[in-house]
Design a binder for this molecule. Structure first.
Ligand SMILES: NC(=O)c1ccc[n+]([C@@H]2O[C@H](COP(=O)([O-])OP(=O)(O)OC[C@H]3O[C@@H](n4cnc5c(N)ncnc54)[C@H](O)[C@@H]3O)[C@@H](O)[C@H]2O)c1
Length: 423
């Protein structure tokens, strides 16, 4: 099939490169010309395992192209994925600005083409956005009617950064929200070879499935962190508790790793957007409120433990292992490390940091840190904080050190002083 992807970020690239690897013909459109140039040279603008190999192969086989020319891409595609960002406004609600722009541009480009292209919203958008924002803009700018001149689907994305391509090839499920059967059938055809359940719903149900899934996972993390905070006071290891809980099939062992909380570009933003939408509708989302409040405080628990061993941080050097919000990515958006490092600096500590992938991104926020070339250099500090569970941190020699662990690196228990945030 001929596919266009509008927005070549994590989701757009994983989707575009993924479908190209499966033999489809993909054009990725982005407004960022430098990003487009890099992609056409075979250089992914983000770090993601396997992305570079798949991108290069797709380019060599002429199945993938990046461009800033949206019109040309749209005119020749059967399916058009919208994968632009959906950031938060200051009140937490979803800002539709990029979705609106993309919808207008796609509408304009569809004006003088025939067929039944299926515009598919893959970005995470609050329930009602496709019907209330995307379709009206597509109709107004194309002069065609949805369901007559073009089709519409919502196909939320569940990939995890750091495993984006393997998640693309092996999803747990595919959700197809459809305006009509014809739109849904086209998208179903594209996902025909995926070995997972495919659920077809209406548009806003598909939008809600994405928010409900992320809110549930965020709640699961805050839940185990709360249990962990209680366990810490009782001298109980929350990881053993989680193992015991996870054996219950109704609970499952996943997402029960207590620590310093969730971050990244999705969970915090999506939970806030759902809360904001609920409030607009006159419903106070009390559970989600608690999920977020607990998560905001969780990084600070690590600092409480640090102060137990170093009451005055002024003039001290604190080593930080890991900056990315999770291993396998260079993404630091809403990472707990930002809150922790900000607090360390505010209290007068000097910070030495190392992350295998995320130092360039972190340097843009905190240029004043000492960034180390190797993890070992960070160990030469008054105390070490572990903020991301990168594999290589398991191979360090922690003996003689003071370590406060936010991510459960077993090997760090050999430190002279060791404290786990929830264990
Ligand atoms: N990152 C994830 O792990 C993840 C997972 C699932 C869902 N999502 C959702 O998918 C969406 C995209 O997320 P992302 O992380 O890939 O975002 P991103 O910020 O990495 O990428 C968005 C891209 O869209 C481009 N863009 C913006 N406006 C455009 C326009 N009008 N035309 C063409 N390109 C345009 C930007 O230049 C950027 O390259 C969001 O709604 C997000 O919530 C993200």
């Amino acid at each position: 099939m001929k596919i266009s992807i509008v927005g070549a970020g994590y989701v757009g690239l994983a989707t575009g490169v993924g479908f190209a690897s499966m033999g489809h013909s993909v054009i990725c459109v982005d407004v960022d010309a430098e990003r487009v140039r890099k992609l056409n040279r075979g250089e992914p603008p983000i770090y993601e395992p396997m992305l570079e190999e798949h991108l290069r192969k797709a380019l060599e086989e002429n199945r993938f192209e990046a461009t800033t020319e949206l019109g040309r891409a749209i005119r020749q595609s059967e399916v058009i994925f919208i994968c632009v960002g959906t950031p938060s406004k200051s009140d937490g609600s979803m800002d539709p600005v990029f979705i609106e722009q993309a919808s207008r541009d796609i509408g304009q480009a569809m004006k003088d083409r025939g067929g039944y292209p299926v515009v598919t919203v893959k970005s995470t958008v609050v329930p009602g956005t496709t019907e209330g924002v995307v379709i009206p803009l597509l109709e107004r700018n194309s002069g065609k009617r949805a369901g007559a001149g073009f089709g519409v689907c919502v196909n939320p994305e569940f990939l995890r950064e750091g495993q984006a391509l393997s998640d693309f090839f092996n999803p747990d499920r595919v959700i197809i929200g459809e305006l009509d059967g014809r739109s849904g059938d086209t998208l179903h055809q594209l996902y025909r070879d995926f070995k997972c359940p495919i659920l077809r719903t209406d548009l806003k149900t598909a939008e809600m499935i994405k928010y409900a899934s992320n809110a549930f996972l965020a709640a699961k993390i805050s839940f185990i962190n709360e249990i962990g905070n209680i366990c810490k006071r009782l001298g109980i290891d929350v990881y053993e508790v989680a193992r015991g809980m996870g054996l219950d099939r109704r609970i499952s062992p996943h997402f029960l790793n207590a620590g310093i909380g969730f971050g990244g570009s999705c969970f915090p933003k999506d939970v806030r957007a759902l809360m904001a939408r609920a409030r607009e509708l006159g419903y106070e989302p009390r559970l989600l409120e608690a999920v977020m409040a607990l998560n905001e405080d969780q990084p600070l628990r690590l600092l409480e433990l640090l102060r137990k061993h170093l009451p005055d941080l002024r003039g001290r050097t604190i080593g930080v292992l890991g900056l990315a919000f999770k291993p396998g990515t260079d993404d630091v958006r809403e990472a707990p490390s930002i809150r922790i490092v900000g607090e360390l600096l505010r209290e007068g500590a000097a910070v030495k940091a190392y992350d295998p992938k995320a130092m360039d991104n972190f340097r843009r926020i905190f240029p004043q840190l000492q960034y180390c070339g190797r993890a070992e250099e960070v160990l030469d500090s008054d105390a070490v904080l572990i903020l991301t569970e990168w594999e290589e941190f398991r191979r360090l020699d922690y003996s003689g050190k003071v370590v406060i662990d936010g991510r459960r690196i077993e090997e760090a228990r050999k430190a002279r002083v060791y404290e786990g945030v929830c264990w």
